[in-house]
Design a protein around this ligand. Sequence first.
Ligand code: PLP
Length: 394
Amino acid sequence: MNFSELKEQDQAYVLPTYARFDAGIASGKNARCQDFDGKQYIDFTSGIGVNSFGFCNDGWIAAVTEQLHKLQHISNLYYTAPCVQAARLLCEKTGMDKVFFSTSGAETNEGAIKAARKYSFSKYGAGRSNIVTLYNSFHGRTITTLAATGQDVFHQYFFPFTEGFTFAIPNNIEDTLDKLDDSVCAVMLELVQGEGGVMPLEKEYVQKVAAACREKDILLIDDEVQAGVGRTGSLYCFSQYGILPDIVTSAKGLGGGLPFGAILFNKKTAGALGKGDHATTFGGNPVASAGACYVLENMTDAFLQTVIEKGAYIHKKLSAMPHVKNVSGLGLMIGIDLEGVTVPAVLQAGLENGLLLLSAKHRVRMLPPLSITYEEIDEGLAILQKILNQIKAE
Ligand code: PLP
């Protein structure tokens, strides 16, 4: 099937909910991929932060296929080794106490919200179920996680949304503290707002929120669905903020390319959900767990240091490019504020010139695979430089 036939069939059979780029990707290796006509691209997207070790990493394939030959799935009613191993790695590497496995970011956040409400209900009874999240946040596409998302654009059509979410202004400690009344059981935030434009929260603000939560026994839920798993240069970003959240949610990069998510609980919250309170058929699937074990085992301190160095290298090069007003983000989670040129025009020019890029609100966003080489980075940045030079010349 050639690309135009593929597109025709997609239009005939697939619900058109995605504003797709006009390209079909056929295969890839690390940060390089090619379309159905053999055109080459440098990938600065990693499947929106999923392919932590790039396309078709040999070690990851070996880990996943080895498990595939043993057991592809069995229900959570039985013990399996990869699931337990992934949970042990997560706890040992983060200082958290227990893990619940799920399959996506939204599902993971749903579980965290349930756990926070149950923690509070068991301890304080009804009436303390509200959750404060931040304006400009993004927490997922289910009815509840849309309700938790602090952007009006997501609060349309699908009424009624789940009740019990209020929004606070990011980095405004007075406003956030104001919202922490007796009805609140948890604060949920992204330390780097990803879909909101790659905006890291201020450290002082986060530490003050964490202290206020601790004082009032309000749980702090850290949504690291996008920022976690090495993306910002530490396994989870909370360590850079000097806090230990009560609950951390993780997905995207955790499975290295397979649907996999995890809710991490600290000692205080580990008992919140008991038998029968929460479940999901595919959570902790052995094959996806084997992929996650590979990812976690290879996220060494030395590797994370390379993420920081590559992030700094890209940041510096971007800052010197035409049209670039400001570069935001941490590690290899990068946002670019441009002037005199539109984001869709840059993404389209990238596609035409062999560079895959993302957007986040009004910014160009880059989430390259963490294993991207300097050669691949230089090739991708050279394409971007060329695009921005040409747009300037127009
Ligand atoms: N939370 C954050 C911070 C995200 O960035 C996303 C997705 O972009 C989600 C949750 C939802 O994840 P998923 O699309 O896997 O449901």
